[in-house]
Design a protein around this ligand. Structure first.
Ligand SMILES: CC(C)(COP(=O)(O)OP(=O)(O)OC[C@H]1O[C@@H](n2cnc3c(N)ncnc32)[C@H](O)[C@@H]1OP(=O)(O)O)[C@@H](O)C(=O)NCCC(=O)NCCS
Length: 136
């Protein structure tokens, strides 16, 4: 907590000292939610990641991950903020930071539901059409 009693969020791109137990509560509504251990593996294997940590509780409260060839293409494949922490600008800050890390890469893709297109449009993204496999 800050001196004013407000939650202070620490944004970082390394996994130093991040343990599985700091990763509870994610993948809300997923058919097959990842375990905290698998979540940590996803974060470790991503080419680029940004985590949001609550400095008071020492828990991860949001994250975003991307795969990239480092030259031409990047794919932002998961962005999530814990329900209790949504609507406070954390998702926006995670997007801002990962796009900063991907600066210079001309093609950046992600898939989302139509309802979220307005959110992503804030970052200069525009609608596209995609195809997926979901093999649970
Ligand atoms: C989408 C998400 C990451 C946004 O994070 P956040 O920290 O709440 O975002 P911010 O506080 O920075 O911005 C909130 C804005 O996003 C909009 N938004 C958030 N979730 C939304 C949703 N499901 N549909 C439409 N708009 C949404 C809010 O209306 C708000 O807009 P406003 O500022 O005009 O009121 C978060 O809601 C989340 O984790 N959702 C569940 C997982 C998910 O859908 N991830 C994206 C997969 S493509």
């Amino acid at each position: 907590l800050s001196a004013e009693g407000q939650t202070v969020i620490d944004y970082r791109d390394t996994l130093d000292a991040v343990m599985p137990e700091m990763l509870r509560g994610f993948f809300v509504g997923w058919k097959a939610p990842l375990s905290p251990e698998t979540h940590l593996e996803v974060l470790a294997n991503a080419d680029v990641r940004v985590l949001a940590l609550d400095t008071d509780t020492r828990r991860v409260v949001g994250f975003v991950v991307a795969l990239t060839d480092g030259v031409q293409q990047a794919f932002i494949y998961i962005l999530e903020v814990l329900p209790d922490y949504q609507e406070r600008g954390i998702g926006t800050e995670l997007m801002r930071r990962i796009l900063d890390r991907l600066q210079g890469i001309p093609c950046i893709d992600l898939t989302c539901d139509p309802g979220l297109q307005r959110f992503y449009a804030r970052f200069g993204m525009r609608p596209s059409v995609g195809m997926v496999i979901r093999d649970y």
